[in-house]
Design a protein around this ligand. Structure first.
Ligand SMILES: [Zn+2]
Length: 334
């Protein structure tokens, strides 16, 4: 590959032949090694850097950062990717000047303190979440929700949360699930699981009685940036192999069969007719904010009663209940 470049020896533009070679360099007493890119002048045979000058500087600087333990540009890019945040919002979330991260990405070396902070952030989603919450008001709500979602997904995935794994299973299987319907499916999965001996301890997390029905808060935070859109399984954090046992899958499949067909609005009406939600919101207006925890005993009691009333003996019988509740919900909505 030949390209015209200015030659500092010939003092004119010359054809240069592209070459690259590993070189060692000593910068302030620190030895680094990197692949240098350059041209060889056709006329005088000297090395020319031309348009490769900036590239070499930045690669040498990146190696120097690695060697001295300063956070590298690559690692800062990893932070942006990992937490789905832009460079300006990241600066603001960390309480730095608005263009600090931009400067670091452009090649400026970070201060030692900021480098330590960024390295800790890279490896610790919980620490990042603390900064994110503390500086929530400094970034747009869209940026906040998106970044919080990714952070929660990381945390849930790292802790191998059963609730999250079930969510992933549902979202992989069913393409058209939004955040609202997912919450309702999880509520029924939690509810009926307390009746069957195989699934008794499937879900130990608590849901809360929000205006639009029962909500598992962490799952809400993980997906709320999708708002009313379907959640895209392919975009979600799946750092660990999540696996449900075949028994668990069989059970979750039965709930999807019984409830998965209905829209979020129908499912919301259906859950609004269940005692645990009604009891938990006692004394509240229909549009009153609430984060009251729905009592697990009340869930168990209600779903045991449902199974008795509808004569539900096996997973497939659950449909008797969902069909009936659908008819009731329809009447309420019309
Ligand atoms: Zn030359």
């Amino acid at each position: 590959m030949k390209k015209k470049q200015f030659c500092d020896y010939c003092l004119d533009y010359r054809n240069g032949k592209y070459e690259e070679k590993m070189i060692k360099e000593n910068i302030d007493g620190i030895e680094i090694e990197y692949l240098e890119r350059y041209y060889i002048c056709d006329t005088c045979g000297n090395k020319l850097y031309g348009d490769l000058y900036d590239y070499n500087i930045s690669i040498a600087n990146e190696k120097l950062r690695e060697k001295t333990g300063l956070i590298t540009i690559k690692e800062i890019e990893e932070i942006l990717e990992k937490y789905s945040i832009g460079k300006k919002p990241l600066s603001l979330v960390l309480g730095l000047g608005e263009i600090t991260i931009t400067r670091y990405l452009d090649g400026q070396n970070p201060t030692k303190d900021n480098s330590i902070l960024l390295k800790n952030i890279l490896n610790n989603p919980l620490l990042y979440e603390m900064f994110l919450i503390a500086n929530k008001d400094k970034i747009t709500s869209v940026a906040y929700k998106k970044s919080m979602g990714k952070t929660k997904q990381l945390e849930l995935s790292n802790s191998n949360s059963k609730l999250y794994n079930i969510s992933l299973y549902i979202l992989k299987k069913e393409k058209e699930v939004d955040a609202l319907s997912l919450q309702k499916l999880l509520y029924y999965i939690c509810g009926f699981s307390k009746v069957f001996s195989n699934t008794e301890n499937l879900i130990t997390d608590n849901s809360e009685s929000w205006i639009y029905g029962p909500v598992f808060r962490e799952i809400y935070e993980a997906f709320s940036y999708y708002e009313y859109k379907n959640i895209d399984y392919n975009e979600l954090v799946k750092d660990r192999e999540y696996e449900l046992s075949s028994e668990e899958k069989e059970y979750v499949d039965a709930i999807i069969d019984a409830f998965g067909f209905y829209s979020g609005a129908i499912l919301r009406e259906m859950t609004h007719m269940t005692d645990p939600w009604i009891e938990s919101r006692r004394g509240l207006e229909t549009d009153s904010f609430s984060n009251r925890v729905i009592d697990n005993e009340s869930i168990e009691k209600y779903f045991k009663k449902v199974c008795k009333d509808y004569n539900i003996k096996e997973y497939k019988d659950i449909k008797k209940y969902s069909d009936d509740m659908f008819e009731k919900a329809k009447k309420k909505l019309i």
